[in-house]
Write a protein of this length. Structure first.
Length: 130
């Protein structure tokens, strides 16, 4: 939990901390909670009221999303870091490229390989251009 400058009630924001290899990244859950009703040892709300159960269920769903993000990174053969997990959870991904950019990159690579692996005539005839 972190104190916010905006709260006057004494409530604190609940944060999700992702730690991989000793490197931690924090994400706000955007939920305010009273420190008196919080159990630091287990990282959950104390009590059995509806709002306590609702917050704990939300935290459980966030935990599940982190596990899914980890599986997604592993399945795509990407390094699992706290920053990578944070980016997956926030929806920050690799920059999407237009098809013309991909073709241009391909053509630039082919041009670099001319006389090494490709014959000059094929590039000149337009086989590798668009």
């Amino acid at each position: 939990m972190k104190q916010s400058k905006k709260t006057t009630t004494g409530d604190k924001y609940v944060y999700l901390r992702i730690t991989v290899d000793g490197i931690a990244k924090d994400l706000s859950t955007k939920r305010l909670w009273s420190p008196k009703r919080w159990n630091n040892a287990i990282g959950r709300a104390n009590g059995n009221k509806e709002e306590d159960r609702t917050l704990n269920a939300y935290l459980d769903s966030l935990h599940h999303k982190v596990l899914q993000a980890k599986k997604q990174l592993i399945d795509s053969d990407k390094e699992v870091t706290s920053e990578a997990l944070k980016n997956v959870l926030l929806g920050i991904g690799e920059k999407r490229r237009m098809i013309l950019e991909i073709y241009q990159e391909h053509n630039d690579r082919v041009e670099d390989l001319l006389d090494k692996e490709f014959a000059y005539g094929k590039q000149r005839k337009g086989y590798f251009s668009f």
